[in-house]
Design a protein around this ligand. Structure first.
Ligand code: SAH
Length: 363
């Protein structure tokens, strides 16, 4: 048994079976043994790879979107360029290379990184340092400067803990994690009925699971609140669905393979699919006038992925051109990340949502 498994066992022994979100939070963010706290999980040697780690084209197009949004918002200055969960700092480095092409933007901008992992903070400082870019780290959104903000969150929301509820007969009950006689963590169902923290849409079959993340709700509420107060725009990119729905999407990934969620606590990445319709409804309720959504593939293609890939590949040897085409296929192809990943854009003022469809979630 690992030290973290022992800690979780003690929590269960003293409190009884724990909500799924409590288990996930301990696994990912325990201050000493948490998955993200103890390592750099990215890349081929790690557990998973993200779009910015596959190709610079991803960050360049995100950077172009943010720069265009800044211009459409009337060049607010000063402005914070904020990334939530920046991993190795690769995405922000690619964004910054685009930002620097507009002197007024670069001069108005300060980089702020919301990151809890000491290992990854170091990595981010190193990556951005190579470009001569300075950044300030934050544990959460509350310490960001009270300025206009442009933000991006790629594969960040999926790492925020969710709770699960299951329908049996007419009753919804919360799924909890306990500890059985054989010394293993197990899923169980609370006997008591639970009030659902978000609406269920349409007919739901018996046994269906509904996921809800209080941490994601607070995050999007705080983002919308800060945009409304100080102005700005941003993008949330992640795997998930544009339509509301049910299903158990909690998964563990280790060394690029699926693993058991309840085994090896703290040694595997735990994620869930993001419910973009729910995030959009919160942003809408918070009064965001511009909201748009799309699949990652459509978004990148509409922003000119193929043209930019062509420019990047021009005058390069054929093996490099082939590598660029393969990267394009991975980040935008239907069979790879293009369909599975979705993009949600929002802004504090009515500006064009380039590459995104508006009206998707209008009631
Ligand atoms: N955006 C990066 C990395 C995604 S991995 C990329 O696309 O490559 C998830 C990132 O979110 C990591 O940097 C992790 O340390 C960070 N993270 C996870 N939970 C967090 C939390 N609650 N607060 C701040 N950062 C968090």
């Amino acid at each position: 048994m690992t030290p973290l498994e022992r800690i979780i066992q003690e929590v269960i022994e003293s409190e009884g079976p724990i909500p799924v979100s409590r288990y996930v939070a301990l696994c990912l963010s325990h201050p000493e043994h948490g998955y993200y706290i103890t390592r750099d999980p990215l890349g081929t040697d790690g557990d998973f790879t993200t779009a910015p780690e596959i190709s610079q084209l991803f960050g360049e197009l995100v950077g172009a979107w943010l720069l265009k949004a800044w211009r459409d918002l009337g060049w607010p200055s000063p402005v914070s360029l904020v990334e939530l969960g920046p991993g190795r700092g690769t995405l922000m480095a690619d964004i910054w290379r685009v930002a620097k092409t507009d002197r007024a933007f670069a001069e108005a901008t300060a980089i702020h990184l919301v990151e809890t992992s000491p290992a990854l903070r170091e990595r981010q400082i190193e990556t951005l340092g190579k470009l001569g870019a300075r950044s300030t780290h934050h544990n959460d959104l509350l310490s960001l400067p009270e300025h206009a903000m442009l933000f991006v969150a790629n594969e960040f929301f999926d790492a925020l803990p969710v709770n699960q509820f299951q329908k049996l007969g007419d009753q919804w009950s919360e799924r909890k994690i306990g500890f059985n006689g054989e010394g293993r963590f197990t899923f169980g169902l609370d006997r008591a009925a639970s009030r659902l923290p978000k609406p269920v849409v349409g007919e739901v079959p018996n046994g269906a699971i509904l996921e809800h993340s209080p941490a994601q709700d607070s995050m999007i509420m705080e983002l919308a609140y800060q945009l409304r107060e100080h102005g700005g725009a941003g993008l949330i990119i992640d795997y998930g669905s544009l339509e509301p729905g049910t299903g158990d999407t909690l998964q563990a990934i280790r060394e690029h393979q699926r693993a058991n969620v309840l085994d090896q606590a703290g040694e595997a990445d735990l994620t869930t699919h993001v419910d973009f319709a729910h995030l959009a409804s919160i942003a809408q309720a918070a009064g965001m006038p511009s909201i748009g959504g799309a699949t990652q593939g459509d978004f990148l293609l509409r922003l000119g992925l193929l043209e930019r890939a062509g420019q990047l590949g021009a005058a390069k040897p054929t093996d490099q051109q082939r590598a660029i085409s393969m990267a394009v296929e991975r980040i935008a192809g239907d069979a790879a990340m293009g369909q599975l990943f979705k993009v949600l854009g929002m802004a504090s003022h009515p500006i064009p949502m380039d590459g995104l469809e508006t009206g998707l979630w209008d009631r």
